[in-house]
Design a protein around this ligand. Structure first.
Ligand SMILES: *Cc1c(COP(=O)(O)O)cnc(C)c1O
Length: 225
């Protein structure tokens, strides 16, 4: 086996143990938290190592990069699941609907309309998370917190979309805890079960605040190239 296989396999085991410990510490079951392996910008050999190590749930942030990487591999692994975690342009909605099992970045009515139209055409709709810009950062995607409730309702009722949860990426320079708490609060009042929050540096904190999915890239694969 290549060095890269044993590296990814060891990191995976370590991260799963940390997830289990963080969940247990707040009285949650270890299997209540899914590990999304963020493979964006990673070399193919590390992705193949991750597959060999048993990982089956992956996050990508660009539609085209994900198509190039996954269209063939997907045929080889039945249980493979792909989530889109990076910004989506409306004109790429159909490609995204065809490729991904989940789109975690729904954040505006125009995109909701495009996904609904694509889903109708393709005959299936990925699971959807609404991205919330909890830090209200101008350069960052996501619906602003004060507009979240109305947008979630619009996505579900006007566009008939299967919204099941929320996603956030806290500002780099702030304590993530208050952002995770805010996301959990918005989810609870809207009856949404899934919370995608926490990355390599803060996934244990996110689990404490109720994350049901953590998105881990560099801690699993090593630095992006
Ligand atoms: C890149 C990325 C991650 C993973 O980041 P790491 O710090 O490498 O774990 C998680 N979520 C999103 C949305 C990302 O773009």
């Amino acid at each position: 086996m290549s060095a890269s296989y044993s590296d990814v396999a060891a990191s995976r085991a370590e991260i799963l143990a940390r997830i289990a410990a963080a969940a247990k510490a707040v009285g949650r079951a270890a299997d209540a938290v899914g590990l999304v392996a963020v493979s964006k910008l990673q070399p193919d050999e590390r992705v193949d190592a991750a597959l060999a190590a048993g990982l089956r749930l992956f996050g990508e942030n660009r539609v085209q990069e994900a198509q190039a990487r996954w269209v063939d591999r997907r045929g080889q692994f039945d249980a493979l699941r792909l989530r889109l975690i990076g910004p989506l342009q409306s004109n790429k909605a159909e490609d995204a609907v065809r490729l991904f099992d989940a789109i975690d970045v729904l954040d505006r009515p125009k995109l909701a309309a495009a996904i609904a139209g694509a889903a109708q055409k393709v005959g299936r709709c990925p699971e959807l998370l609404v991205q919330v810009n909890t830090g209200e950062e101008p350069q960052k995607a996501g619906i602003a917190p004060p507009e979240a409730d109305a947008f979630i309702k619009e996505a579900r009722e006007t566009y008939g979309l299967p919204v099941v949860g929320l996603m956030c990426i806290p500002p780099l320079e702030e304590e993530p805890a208050m952002h995770f708490a805010l996301l959990a609060k918005i989810a609870a009042r809207n009856g949404l079960a899934e919370l995608s929050m926490g990355m390599s540096d803060d996934f244990e904190t996110a689990i404490r605040f109720g994350a049901t999915q953590v998105r881990v890239g560099s801690a699993l694969f090593g630095a992006r190239v």
